[in-house]
Design a protein around this ligand. Structure first.
Ligand SMILES: NC(=O)c1ccc[n+]([C@@H]2O[C@H](COP(=O)([O-])OP(=O)(O)OC[C@H]3O[C@@H](n4cnc5c(N)ncnc54)[C@H](OP(=O)(O)O)[C@@H]3O)[C@@H](O)[C@H]2O)c1
Length: 309
């Protein structure tokens, strides 16, 4: 049995909450240039990870802690699925950081703020990618770009130092809304039709893809999306085309019987539509369908945990 790392007297410069595909992918690269703490859901999971885990074809060892033993850290990056955000944010708050940054999909900043009163919180956007296979091996899937909100310059510096393409942008809101548009259009349809992202560009899926973009655009535009409608369509089509062979994360979650992130994506769009006095009926229909399909496949463990798909 490996011994858990002794928490050092000096705080870790950086911690990552979420020892999953993206969290371990980030931690692997960050650990090459500095100390990074990885926080797993439980002490048992942390103990298992201390034996090492394969990331990118190489066995890696991390300074890994269960959430209850999380050490102090200057900065915390949250990389759990959105349904676990509040629990992870409470862990982050207990680590006495200077700031808590989410790089999750969907919009979760309000959840972070509620769980971390008085702390600097923010949500950035990353196009880095990774997936976990059935044997719990992590496969980073190509480098991307990470954009951070103002106030997280120190985190950007750590990321750049570790070889990431990362920078702070003055106004992160339009960036987050453009990502939300892409996720709200592609993810639910890929999950329902069980097709790759690229297949959404052809009939019969394309009709719904374009309907979802057309409905979401005025809502997101009213909240600060900086793209005109034609560019919004072009943006989603370009992402579907660039990731043509990929299976969207919501499709992977449904197939694996895990809860989906639909509430942090389409559910957030509903709140924004309500606030703007607009209707998004196709998104509401798709949301209901994803819930129905995902609920039917939810694994017994997740069902017992009372999690919603
Ligand atoms: N993967 C990508 O390519 C990618 C790209 C861009 C954005 N994202 C976003 O990044 C986030 C993470 O995605 P992912 O693919 O890395 O998911 P993932 O592989 O499921 O990893 C999430 C990890 O968080 C752990 N976790 C859950 N609750 C926790 C808690 N309270 N404390 C500590 N750890 C906890 C999970 O543990 P268990 O295994 O015990 O549940 C799991 O290991 C999602 O919002 C996703 O949409 C992912």
């Amino acid at each position: 049995m490996n011994t858990p790392p002794t928490p050092p007297s000096a705080p870790y410069p950086l911690a990552i909450i979420g020892a999953g595909a993206l969290g371990l992918s980030f931690a692997t690269r960050l650990a090459r240039t500095g100390r990074v703490a990885v926080i797993a859901r439980s002490a048992e999971r942390a103990q298992a990870l201390l034996q090492g885990i394969e990331v990118g074809g190489t066995l890696r060892h991390f300074d890994v802690f269960g959430a209850d033993q999380a050490p102090q850290a200057d900065w915390v990056i949250v990389l759990v699925k959105t349904g676990d955000t509040t629990e992870a944010a409470l862990t982050a708050a207990a680590m006495a950081p200077k700031g808590v940054l989410s790089l999750q999909n969907g919009l979760v900043e309000d959840l972070l703020r509620a769980a971390c009163p008085g702390l600097s919180v923010g949500q950035g956007v990353t196009t880095e990618g990774a997936y976990r296979d059935d044997s719990d091996r992590v496969h980073p899937s190509g480098a991307g770009e990470t954009l951070l909100p103002a106030g997280f310059e120190a985190v950007a510096e750590l990321l750049v130092g570790a070889g990431f393409t990362a920078r702070v942008v003055a106004d992160i809101v339009p960036v987050r809304l453009a990502k939300l548009l892409v996720n709200a259009a592609i993810n639910p349809l890929a999950a329902l039709f069980r097709v790759t992202n690229g297949e959404l560009l052809s009939a019969p899926h394309r009709v719904l893809l374009d309907a979802l973009i057309a409905e979401a655009w005025p809502v997101l535009h009213a909240h600060g999306l900086a793209l005109d409608e034609a560019t919004a369509h072009a943006r989603v089509h370009a992402v579907a085309s660039a990731t043509a062979a990929n299976r969207a994360s919501m499709l992977q979650d449904v197939l694996a019987g895990r809860p989906t992130e639909i509430d942090a994506i389409t559910g957030v769009l509903f709140s924004m539509a309500d606030a703007a006095g607009m209707e998004v009926p196709t998104h509401r229909a798709v949301h209901t369908l994803v819930r129905t399909v995902a609920d039917a496949r939810l694994s017994p463990a997740h069902r017992r945990a009372g999690l919603r798909p």
